[in-house]
Design a protein around this ligand. Sequence first.
Ligand code: R5P
Length: 288
Amino acid sequence: MVIIALSHGMHIAKKLAARLKKPYSKLEVTHFPDSEIKLKFNTNIKNKEVILVQSFYNNINDCVIETLFAAETARDLKAKKIILVAPYFPYLRQDKRFNPGECISLRTIAKNIDEDFDKVLIIDPHLHREKTLKHIFRISSKKLTANPLIEQYIKKNIKNPVIIGPDWESYKWAQKIAEKIGCDFAIMEKERYSATKVKVKLNKKIDIKSKNLVFIDDMISTGNTLLEAIKAMKKLGAKKVTCFAVHGIMVNNALNRLKRAGATVITTNTIPNKAAKIDVTDLIASAI
Ligand code: R5P
């Protein structure tokens, strides 16, 4: 087995290789002036099980192309098995035709992953209309969750928490973690007016007095969902607020905007960002 870091997987691949005591190599990726990419394996992968580690953030579409190029090349170089470890996997929200004529992006991505890989591992995929990864990929797939890591972090660092999920889908993180910890929780309802504008309200009354308010969601993208949720909870008297998310995508200055709203923000390192305090390397290692 060899662990290979793609351009957006370096923050995890090296630690993963050390943890598994397996050789590590970094894919060499170069850009032409017109932005086309070229890549090169710097280690012999013939007859080896190759773990390609790639998270998908910042320039997601470049990450996708690089991942497909790498897998196809690994196949061509006679790798025995090609596994994609994707701490964060993109396009999962585009799993249906919302308006006539639209592309079902996830279907195209999945078809290409199926073609080039033997197996895929994803941490907390945003499964919504598609219920499991088996409905998305034909190849073997494994869903991992960072919930136990977030649960441990809260138990260790936050006394007397009350957990809020900022939208109905977040129950898979907020409710499940609250049940494990054994604390109160509530889920908020969200109305989305556009890709960047949302409004939220609490769906049931809970006691937040003298409690440490903790929001948990799968991802922070623009931060707007959490900003609205914080605003709503502050109106109800919340003071100290901590926001947890598995994936800190952090676009549009999300982290600073959340901090300015008075929140402490903690994410895992599926995507590197300044709030990434929870390491998922062991979670991945134990699944390989
Ligand atoms: C949506 O269903 C997700 O679970 C997140 O709540 C959402 O994607 C967060 O996006 P943003 O930070 O842009 O509001």
